[in-house]
Write a protein that binds this ligand. Structure first.
Ligand code: ARG
Length: 473
């Protein structure tokens, strides 16, 4: 970024000396807050229109300002807007450019406004805008998960606890668990959107302004629900950004867990899935390698997003009211988070959509494990044994199977009866994997019947989300 340029600050009147070159670097936020430009322009147009309505600007002055801001918008879109360190921040840069375009008439724009309410407004608009995109992207991911779930209503795999094979479950059930997680993320972002809909503009520096401004009008024009009720809070509030980062951070936990499962499942050790070539990469030395890099990077970015949440939380702790320059750096955490989600959500959605599942391998893993031990214990409970006793008997059977390198279903009726005389012919159904899945028919469980209910519910929820997303656009 240019170090030179018009070094005159809007606030220079009070000062005898120009800023130190190093302070200028420390003080400037334009290297990152240029991203607020479209929102700043939008905000300025609404503000100017309101100033015209209350007689601070004539209609001609307003038109000139509106055209000038329109020209800056076009310059920005064409990459012709030059950013200079000396401009300090995007708000000053835009105002300076407006003065360069239209002369002194532009100098009335900052009436009844401060950069404090201006920047908070810009950031709230930025957050709103990107939450809308995240909601659409989460919906896309939910759709991929639901499609995979529908395709695997009959696919059985071992469910895990402690990463040890635990009990057989339907793959649809497993995908739907992620559906639940990302549905909650949708709701969390929706709430964060609500929090960002209170407009700081019109708070001035902190105390309100000396003009009969119409905050309802600017709020309506900018798509806010209402102006903030307390000007001191308006300029010092960053809760909406914290809510946004909190929602993002929880979402990234979910993405990272899914990413890890894909990494594990696509390894030769599991062999449950194959990730599409398009989301993997090879090794420069080992020709056979196909690495789940996209998943690893989604996991790594989750760490960054969690750090961003922590970063802004720490930045805000202990700040006195109202605005403090510390808050200028809030954007760094927000922007990095936004960029991450704009990439990781669609990547995950597409990776899930193109995932191929190796059903036989999953079924074999579920069958060769002792995943039915609980079912055998429950069978003995059905024969009148207390569960604790049944648990112990089956534990003993598992131990002897391990010693004899067998599965529970390889045991003969005689062997079983030696462990517990309650066993009879009907026990072999307990050791049948599909029957075991069908039996898990408690609400929310893995039985095909329960999973079908979950699928129907998920479909309805997704339709609702999609409809809302379309209405937001
Ligand atoms: N660049 C500043 C920020 O992002 C704008 C507000 C500056 N206000 C001030 N009084 N210096 O926070």
């Amino acid at each position: 970024m240019e170090g030179s340029g018009d070094n005159e600050k809007f606030w220079s009147g009070r000062f005898e000396q120009p800023p130190h070159e190093l302070f200028e670097q420390l003080n400037a936020s334009i290297s990152f807050d240029w991203r607020l430009a479209p929102y700043d322009l939008q905000g300025s147009i609404a503000h100017a229109r309101m100033l015209k309505d209350i007689g601070v600007l004539t209609s001609e002055e307003f038109s000139e300002i509106e055209n000038g801001l329109g020209q800056i918008m076009a310059e920005l879109a064409q990459g012709e807007f030059e950013l200079m360190l000396a401009d300090e921040d995007i708000h000053s840069a835009i105002e300076k450019r407006l003065i360069a375009i239209m002369g002194d008439g532009a100098k009335k724009l900052h009436t009844a406004r401060s950069r404090n309410d201006q920047v908070a407004t810009d950031l709230a608009l930025f957050v709103q805008d990107h939450i809308r995109q995240h909601l659409a992207d989460i919906t896309g991911l939910l759709e991929s998960l639901l499609t995979q779930a529908r395709a695997h209503e009959a696919t059985i795999l071992p469910g895990y606890t402690h990463l040890q094979r635990a009990q057989p479950v339907l793959l649809a059930h497993h995908f739907l668990a992620y559906f639940e997680m990302f549905s909650r993320d949708y709701v969390r972002f929706w709430r964060a959107l609500d929090a960002a809909k209170v407009m700081p503009l019109g708070a001035g520096a902190l105390a309100g302004v000396n003009y009969p401004i119409k905050r309802e009008d600017t709020a309506a024009e900018l798509g806010f629900e209402r102006p903030g009720a307390n000007s001191i809070d308006d300029v010092s509030n960053r809760d909406f950004a914290l809510d946004y980062l909190a929602a993002a951070s929880t979402l990234c936990i979910h993405l990272s867990r899914l990413a890890t499962e894909l990494i594990l499942w696509s390894s030769a050790e599991f062999g449950f899935v194959e990730i599409a070539d398009a989301f993997t990469s090879g090794s420069s030395i080992m020709p056979q390698k196909k690495n789940a890099d996209a998943c690893e990077l989604i996991r790594a970015r989750a760490a960054k997003v969690a750090a961003n949440q922590q970063g802004l939380t720490t930045l805000m702790i202990g700040l006195p009211l109202a605005y403090n320059k510390d808050m200028q750096e809030d954007k760094i955490y927000v922007f990095d988070t936004t960029d991450t989600l704009l990439l990781t959500l669609p990547v995950m959605a597409e990776m899930i959509a193109t995932l191929s599942v190796k059903k036989e391998r999953m079924l074999a893993a579920a069958s060769e494990s002792f995943a039915l031990a609980t079912d055998v214990a429950d069978y003995l409970v059905g024969k009148g044994l207390p569960f604790r006793e049944a648990h112990k008997i089956v534990g003993g059977l598992v131990r002897s199977c391990i010693d004899g390198k067998k599965g529970l279903s390889d045991l003969s009726l005689e062997e079983l009866q030696r462990a517990a005389p309650e066993f009879d012919e009907s026990c072999f159904e307990a050791i049948d994997i599909e029957a075991a899945v069908v039996r898990k028919d408690s609400y929310g469980g893995t039985s095909p019947r329960q999973v079908a209910t979950q699928l129907a519910g998920a479909e309805r929820r997704l339709e609702g989300f999609q409809q809302t997303v379309n209405e937001l656009e």
